[in-house]
Design a protein around this ligand. Structure first.
Ligand SMILES: *Cc1c(COP(=O)(O)O)cnc(C)c1O
Length: 297
């Protein structure tokens, strides 16, 4: 039986302040972190009429890999559209792309700018299931509400007075549905992809909400680009917490959170969103940009 919910919460100290971590990285590796939560609906409900799964986006995507595992598990074909894929990415023997292809994913490269529109026009059959880029869609709410229930139960059992939930955002769907399901607490996030304005637009596209997450504005770091200070943050937290985090979202998440920590009045619970399979390829990119890191680790 795959573990797809009910993860533990661990903690560590930063300057005497206890920080908690919701260990969703301990979910089944094929559906790790928030991708397990976002795809829970498709895993649990009956989709036996489906023949082909369709999705699109970048080939570093953690979601793409989880989709390939989902398709394999369900016996579906899986077609994934992406804009031009670099030769280096295609040659990688491990990481999200290599593993997805091993799971049977069919990668189609397009120069089309609007992949969303392309997919919607082309795939209209009832036997095809389209999952949006990043699974930013209403079905994600199902699994994220389960995550919210687990957090609420833990907060109540441990008598935490003012919980502050934090996670870094890509599409922002996880933060949005988490705040929706836990209106009594504050959810904080930071924009890793695009501006904080982009995140607000993503949220209005997902629907109405009486309470939105609060954004610690990242206007410094470009998505999936190596930065020495983020590498330091990644290693600092890894050492201090004894937990490995993903190298794309979490270094930005921790950097922004640590910067603002003294202004945040409450008990911080960081949601570990998994995604460690992508670390090997991101580490390569760090070594490529900063060869000196190879020796000092
Ligand atoms: C996908 C992902 C996120 C962002 O999730 P969104 O719901 O798209 O905001 C954050 N962290 C990790 C490790 C992820 O894989």
């Amino acid at each position: 039986m795959m573990q797809l919910s009910n993860t533990p919460i661990s903690s560590f100290f930063i300057n005497g302040r206890e920080i908690f971590i919701k260990r969703d990285d301990l979910l089944h590796p094929e559906f790790s972190g928030n991708k397990a939560r976002k795809l829970a609906y498709f895993l649990e409900k009956d989709f036996s009429h489906i023949i082909t799964l369709i999705s699109y986006g970048g080939v570093q995507s953690n979601l793409m890999y989880s989709l390939s595992a989902l398709a394999k598990l369900k016996g579906w074909q899986f077609i994934y559209y992406s804009n031009r894929v670099s030769a280096r990415a295609k040659l990688a023997e491990y990481g999200n792309l290599a593993e997805s292809i091993r799971n049977g994913m069919q990668l189609i490269e397009l120069s089309e700018k609007n992949l969303n529109e392309y997919v919607k026009i082309r795939h209209t059959s009832n036997f095809e299931l389209i999952i949006e880029q990043g699974a930013a869609q209403a079905e994600a709410k199902f699994g994220i509400t389960k995550l919210a229930d687990e957090l609420r139960e833990w907060v109540q059992e441990n008598n935490i007075k003012k919980p502050i939930l934090f996670l870094p955002s890509g599409t922002g769907a996880t933060a949005f549905y988490l705040q929706n399901a836990l209106e009594e607490y504050d959810v904080y996030t930071t924009n890793c992809v695009g501006s904080s304005q982009y995140l607000q637009e993503q949220w209005s596209a997902l629907g109405k909400s009486s309470k939105l997450p609060k954004v610690l504005d990242n206007n410094l770091y470009t998505f999936a680009k190596p930065y020495l200070e983020l590498w330091q943050t990644y290693n600092y937290i890894k050492e201090l917490a004894g937990v490995e985090f993903d190298l794309i979202y979490d270094p930005i998440g921790w950097k922004m959170l640590l910067q603002d920590l003294s202004n945040l009045d409450g008990t911080v619970i960081y949601i570990h969103c998994g995604g460690l399979l992508g670390n090997s390829t991101m580490q390569e990119r760090y070594y490529f940009s900063y060869p000196q890191l190879k020796n000092i680790g």
